[in-house]
Write a protein that binds this ligand. Structure first.
Ligand code: HEM
Length: 446
């Protein structure tokens, strides 16, 4: 089955009607698409009521989906210097005390010793390891690293934990700060009953089926379809879904990270985001007898080459907001979304300027603590986003703009209004298990 426009229309929400320009079409075209959806629903109810419901329970379908997408080979010029891991960096599965969480890229880097194997990392190590291992641009790593230290870590040592912090406080697992709902292959915090960090077998089965129905690879189009289905699911089933701009940016960008960072070779220059690379890097191991994906430690496949030039913040947000996000708009998004002022530079400048409004809420400390945190963050971001680099105006940080990064702080969701969860679900990743074989339409607490 090829994934055509009608099917794409079938999985797009009516919300998109409000943003036809983001869909690359007019309002009339969107209405046509929705009409087509209604007709398709009559003709093929299974397909529309849940593109993947039909696949979920069928072991042989999953196995054949995987068989059908094996074997694509990287083309283009591969530079031997880009082969990973480099000599001296060896794979070692994390031990019981090692911290691992929602980010497969960082988990993998720690599994090879590019980051400390115990998963307690600092800002400098993040910049260095993400560039060496995956060729992530310094600006992108800086933005991600700054938020993680601010929201989830320790300012004095510029450090954070990859999974849960001590006593399950902080760390990247902390919800709605950098970690967000509508992730590619993790469940929402509420529906996962606090488990927002293990690979979801259900979601990856869906992703594989979309790849099989599409190009056979995890390219931008397939990842946009994965985003559309996941966003639709969250809108219907997660009352705590909260569109908080910074984590929303991270989660939207994460969909484009699949082709851009996980391809064998450089995506767009002959590198392929094939099943072999993606499943190994995100730690998804198919059990052919059950048709489920076991979450195993993240590992590079044999003969893997990182992308040959950096993928930075502007490119990541451009891909995220032009190729992924339009497939299912989640309002309110970023301030300028849907207006003529929307562009990637403005989004990054919002992040830069909004630090002032977000920081006190996140660190919940004294005014002096907040001021220290603000100057630290702006000092790190200025060289990559400020006047010299992107042209963000650093002089107009206005205390009035308290809603830039944290609009409607009192509404459901967000870091200060998260649902209560089971403490047992909040710890570091535990590997070699299967998580979420079906869609958690209500909190999966048992
Ligand atoms: C620079 C430091 C980084 C930080 C602080 C960071 C942090 C995070 C966080 C908090 C999440 C969870 C987002 C969500 O809930 O959707 C995440 C997810 C993700 N990250 Fe990272 N990350 C970093 C670097 C990287 C790198 C270098 C890669 C790829 C090589 C990467 C790939 C991903 C992917 C693919 C996901 C989505 C996982 C999924 O749900 O399938 N990240 N990251």
């Amino acid at each position: 089955m090829k994934f055509n426009l009608a099917i794409a229309g079938a999985v797009l929400p009516s919300l998109a009607l409000g943003f036809p320009q983001m869909m690359g079409g007019t309002r009339e075209e969107m209405l046509d698409m929705l009409k087509e959806r209604a007709e398709l629903e009559k003709r093929e109810p299974d397909l529309v009521s849940g593109l993947l419901n039909t696949v979920g329970g069928l072991v042989k379908t999953v196995v054949s989906d995987v068989d059908g997408i094996l074997g694509s080979v990287a083309g283009g010029l591969l530079n031997p210097n880009d082969k990973r891991p480099e000599p001296g960096y060896t794979f070692q599965a994390p031990g019981a005390g090692d911290s691992r969480g929602p980010c497969p890229g960082l988990n993998l880097l720690a599994n090879y010793g590019y980051l400390p194997r115990n998963g307690y990392v600092n800002f400098g190590q993040i910049l260095d390891a993400t560039a060496r291992g995956f060729n992530m641009g310094t600006d992108l790593a800086t933005v991600l690293g700054v938020f993680s230290v601010l929201a989830n870590g320790d300012l004095a040592t510029e450090s954070f934990y990859l999974g849960a912090g001590p006593g399950n406080v902080g760390g990247l697992n902390r919800h709605s700060t950098a970690e967000a709902d509508i992730s590619p292959n993790r469940e929402d915090y509420y529906n996962g009953c606090g488990d927002n960090h293990h690979l979801s077998s259900y979601r990856f089965k869906q992703n594989v089926a979309l790849a099989k129905a599409g190009s056979g690879k995890f390219d931008m189009q397939v990842m946009a379809q994965q985003y559309a289905l996941n966003a639709d699911f969250s809108k219907k089933n997660n009352p705590f879904l909260y569109a908080f701009p910074f984590p929303q940016i991270v989660s939207v960008a994460a969909f484009s990270f699949y082709p851009s960072f996980f391809s064998n070779g450089t995506f767009g220059a002959g590198g392929v985001p094939n099943y072999e690379s993606v499943s190994s890097i995100i730690g998804a191991q198919l059990d052919k007898t059950t048709g489920e994906f076991k979450y195993v430690p993240e590992k590079w496949p044999e003969n893997w080459y990182r992308r040959s030039y950096p993928y930075g913040a502007v490119q990541a947000l451009t891909d995220g907001f032009t190729q992924i996000y339009p497939s299912n708009i989640v309002v309110p998004g970023v301030a300028q979304l849907g207006t003529a002022n929307f562009n990637v530079t403005n989004v990054l400048c919002d992040v830069f300027q909004g630090i002032r409004s977000i920081t006190p809420l996140i660190i919940a400390g004294t005014e002096k603590d907040a001021a220290t945190a603000i100057s630290w963050a702006l000092g790190k971001l200025d060289p990559v986003l400020g006047i010299g680099a992107l042209g963000c105006p650093s002089s107009v940080l206005s205390p009035d703009k308290t809603d830039i990064l944290f609009p409607s702080a009192s509404q459901t969701g967000g870091p200060i209004n998260s649902p209560s969860v089971q403490a047992s679900k909040a710890g570091n990743n535990v590997y070699n298990k299967v998580y979420f074989t079906t869609k958690p339409t209500s909190p999966a607490c048992s």
